[in-house]
Design a protein around this ligand. Structure first.
Ligand code: ADP
Ligand code: MG
Length: 845
């Protein structure tokens, strides 16, 4: 095999270290890609594929992206699932010695979970990297957001629930840990260090003697934390960003919801990828950091009434007095993300500026807060070191460039007067420029050529340029050297100009170098205060989320719910905020009550299609999430006993959009509910049993309803089109049948969207078919068939003879008997049960 050229040999070496990544190979003002990388990137980005030189007798495929546009290209590649390794030139082109290529090193591996650039990040969502490790039977988790410094761990995690809650963009886990739907976010296989080494490495990363300094971490937690840190280090060429100390996230502290529940409720992401989410409907935040905090609260509702009440008290204290705070927030930059870039040595002048502005916004926000005990914990961290702000304000120009200048004339980040040495270099540089224009006048007179100009030339440096006609005059002068003659002009140099050239370049270089030194010193000062700055950033973000709540509450149609440690559940005039917003222009949303108190904790909801069953079901689940996240709820009033787990399931037929083998999925998910829900849970089930034959479906819906009522004994809302189930009240005394009210008007059905007690009299399916645009003759035929069926299944409709209309009384008796467990009954319950069985027995005669 022929020897590759030196540059290509360098490329091979860098590529070998990063085989899973596209290699962005810096060459001057471009990142170039070669070989298969070039082919993949050109296809993904739609850019031209060219060739450069030869390797092994074949042209080398190549494509490139310009440095100034690299972020946009990177963003597209990362979104398409690529990882990108960035190899930079580690020395200036002027330092090149002989023929050897410039030294290049991979300085960073860009992966979805290790982004810091605003252009690559979604301002409103956290960007979480999750690491998982197993120690014995326990699974530990650690997650971090290097763009904000968040770092948390959890032990013995319920993996599907955790994945659903965090929605991590990248997951580091050994390949024997299954990730289900999240498998495409898995990073290349990495092994966690053993427990002792893991503890030592995490402690070392935070400069403490022992990890115990931060809490009692389990082996699995420590291993996951070490794995996360190792992965970040590997992607940042050994550097570690500033992270907060690992904090244990108690699993008991959050309302448990699995991925299917979150998806069906569209909490922070809509199923169709659109914008209609619960988050969007409540979001009145001003800053990106505030939006992230609100999203985090909504993704992890609490279960501790004291913490929920504290959050409620904080936004209540702001209701009506948030205007000055909003003014302060409007000026607040994204401190956390600027800090992260500064800590990775990737900060720009604008990031320094963001800290300057952030410190003053924090001070302003502190002054804007009403004096209320509920806000004290937020006000404290806002008081930052005034000296830091004074220093940054004195140093930094108002308008800051996106990149600090690394060439002459481009260093305008530091204000004049801040640093004497910098000012001196700049004076020399600028003075030399004045000297040049003086010289030009001088030479023009001396040589008698009015058109003489002193210009800067890339290779020759400063030259005297005269029209071709005057060239002969100048040639006669000793001391001037002709360097270039062209058709219409000639260029000369002399020793004075060469000397000046050197001095100007030196002064500009020195000014640039001095400016970089000052920027580095300012960065170091900021990083010394990183923990305080991060705390201030968190407080500002939380205050933004709180003022967003206050804004909702101020509308008068969102209220502060009462959360209690019991199993209460009473919502009056509740609304579905997303459906309500969608209807806003066309129709009024009809509010509905929901009472799931202990004596009537299972609400069975029947009613025709399109009547509003799914909406009602979900609105009550959403109100629970909002209430436990400490946020206002869309209801006139609500009283909610803390829910420990929330399950929401949509029947297969309503879930076709997801295109999965629906009935199987539905049954698997239902099994999960029955296995995991407990007496403090809330279960909302929508149209279960739709994905299979009618009799199968009815049987399954019936059995699931029974299990929820008798075994799980949780608060339940069960929407179904099997009206027959409403007849089971005798067997299930805590079940309360409800129906969506409809009215018949001139032969058409009118949906009132009102939930009332009782059972649906009929299904109105034929009417709905008409509304949907089924041709009139078909609707008429369906109506005729329906009448025939209702009169008593004629023999020419054998298919329908088996259709159950209501459960036969004998079945009810058997059912009630099955549901009775004599060993578990109190004497009073036993007596009730006996009367109940007797009634059922009589009605079956
Ligand atoms: P179902 O589940 O009974 O088929 P949906 O809950 O899907 O019905 O509701 C169908 C449509 O009815 C919704 O898209 C919405 O436009 C409207 N709707 C539902 N509930 C209400 C309500 N409470 N007030 C006004 N319109 C409603
Ligand atoms: Mg529905």
């Amino acid at each position: 095999m022929p020897n590759p050229s030196p540059v290509i040999a360098q490329w091979f070496a860098a590529k070998q270290q990063n085989p899973d990544a596209l290699l962005f190979f810096r060459m001057g003002d471009f990142y170039e890609l070669f070989f298969a990388d070039a082919e993949a990137a050109a296809a993904a980005l739609g850019i031209a594929l060219t060739a450069r030189g030869e390797h092994d007798g074949a042209p080398i495929p190549m494509c490139g992206v310009p440095i100034h546009a690299a972020d946009a290209y990177l963003a597209r590649l990362i979104r398409r699932g690529f990882r990108v390794a960035i190899a930079e030139q580690m020395e200036a082109a002027s330092a090149r010695s002989g023929k050897a290529p410039l030294r290049r090193e991979v300085v960073r591996l860009v992966t979805p979970g290790t982004l810091t650039e605003d252009a690559l990040l979604d301002g409103a969502h956290p960007n979480l990297l999750l690491a998982l490790a197993r120690a014995g039977a326990t699974l530990g988790a650690a997650w971090l957001d290097i763009s904000t410094g968040l770092f948390e761990t959890a032990d013995t995690v319920d993996l599907p629930a955790l994945l659903g809650r965090l929605d991590p963009v990248e997951i580091v886990a050994s390949s024997d840990i299954p990730l289900g739907d999240y498998n495409d976010r898995r990073a290349p296989d990495t092994a966690a260090p053993p427990p002792l080494a893991a503890r030592a490495r995490v402690a070392e990363a935070f400069a403490v003697a022992s990890l115990d300094a931060f809490g009692a971490f389990s082996d699995a937690e420590a291993m996951a934390a070490a794995l996360a840190l190792a992965y970040v280090r590997a992607t940042q060429a050994g550097k570690l960003p500033h992270l907060s100390a690992p904090a244990q996230h108690g699993t008991g502290g959050a309302l448990a919801m699995d991925a299917a529940t979150r998806a069906s409720l569209e909490i922070t992401r809509a199923r169709d990828g659109g914008e209609h989410t619960l988050l969007a409907s409540i979001q009145r935040t001003i800053t990106a950091a505030g939006a992230r905090t609100l999203a985090a609260w909504l993704s992890a509702p609490l279960t501790d009434p004291a913490r929920i009440t504290a959050r409620q008290a904080a936004w209540s204290a702001l209701t009506g007095s948030a205007v000055p705070l909003r003014v302060a927030l409007r000026g607040a930059p994204d401190i956390a993300r600027a800090l992260a870039r500064l800590s990775l040595g990737r900060g720009t002048p604008r990031d320094l500026g963001a800290i300057r502005t952030g410190v003053s916004a924090a001070t302003e926000a502190a002054a804007a807060l009403p004096a209320d005990p509920a806000l004290i914990s937020y006000a404290g961290p806002l008081r930052l070191d005034p000296a830091l702000h004074a220093q940054l304000a004195a140093a930094l120009a108002d308008d800051l460039p996106a990149r600090s200048g690394d060439g002459p004339g481009n260093n305008n980040v530091i204000l004049p007067g801040f640093d004497g040495e910098l000012d001196a270099h700049r004076r020399l540089r600028d003075e030399s420029r004045r000297v040049i224009s003086g010289l030009q006048l001088d030479y023009a007179q001396r040589y008698g050529v009015a058109a003489l100009k002193i210009r800067h030339h890339a290779q020759l440096g400063y030259v005297i340029e005269v029209p071709a006609a005057a060239a002969e005059t100048l040639r006669a002068h000793p001391g001037l050297t002709l360097r270039q003659s062209m058709a219409n002009a000639a260029r000369f140099t002399n020793p004075d100009l060469a000397d000046l050239d050197r001095r100007i370049a030196e002064a500009a270089d020195r000014a640039a170098a001095r400016e970089n030194t000052i920027l580095a010193a300012l960065t170091a000062t900021i990083l010394q205060q990183a923990p305080a700055l991060r705390a201030a950033a968190e407080a500002l973000a939380a205050l933004d989320a709180l003022q967003s709540c206050a804004a909702l509450a101020a509308t008068g149609v969102w209220s502060r719910p009462i959360v209690t440690p019991d199993r209460a559940f009473a919502i009056s005039a509740g609304r579905h905020p997303v459906v309500e917003a969608a209807l806003a222009r066309t129709a009024r949303f009809i509010p509905n009550d929901c009472d799931l108190s202990p004596t009537r904790r299972v609400l069975l909801l029947t009613g025709p299609n399109m009547a509003g069953k799914s909406t009602f079901l979900r609105q009550n689940a959403l109100i629970v999430i909002l209430a436990q996240a400490g946020l206002p709820v869309p209801a006139a009033a609500a009283r909610i006993g803390i829910v420990d787990r929330l399950f929401s399931r949509v029947g297969a037929a309503d879930d076709l959009a997801r295109g999965r083998s629906t009935f199987m999925v539905e049954m698997t998910e239902t099994a999960a509910i029955l296995n995991q829900a407990g007496p403090n849970s809330l279960v909302v089930v929508d149209e279960i049993g739709r994905g299979t034959a009618t009799s199968d479906g009815l049987a399954i819906a019936w059995a699931v309803l029974e299990a929820l009522h008798n075994q799980v004994r949780c608060r339940t809302i069960f929407a179904t089109h099997f009206h027959e189930l409403a007849g089971l009240t005798a067997a299930m005394p805590q079940m309360c049948p409800h129906t969506m009210r409809v009215r018949e008007w001139k032969g058409d059905v009118v949906f009132l969207h009102e939930v009332g007690e009782g059972a649906a009299g009929r299904s109105w399916g034929v009417h709905v078919a008409r509304l949907a645009g089924i041709p009139a003759p078909t609707v008429r035929r369906a109506a005729a068939l329906l009448t025939a069926i209702e009169r008593g299944a004629p023999s020419d409709l054998p298919l329908f003879t088996a259709l159950p209309t209501s459960p036969p009384p004998l079945d009810r008796l058997r059912l009630a008997l099955d549901a009775t467990d004599p060993d578990k009954l109190s004497p009073r319950e036993a007596l009730d049960a006996l009367y109940n069985l007797k009634t059922l027995g009589l009605s079956s005669e």
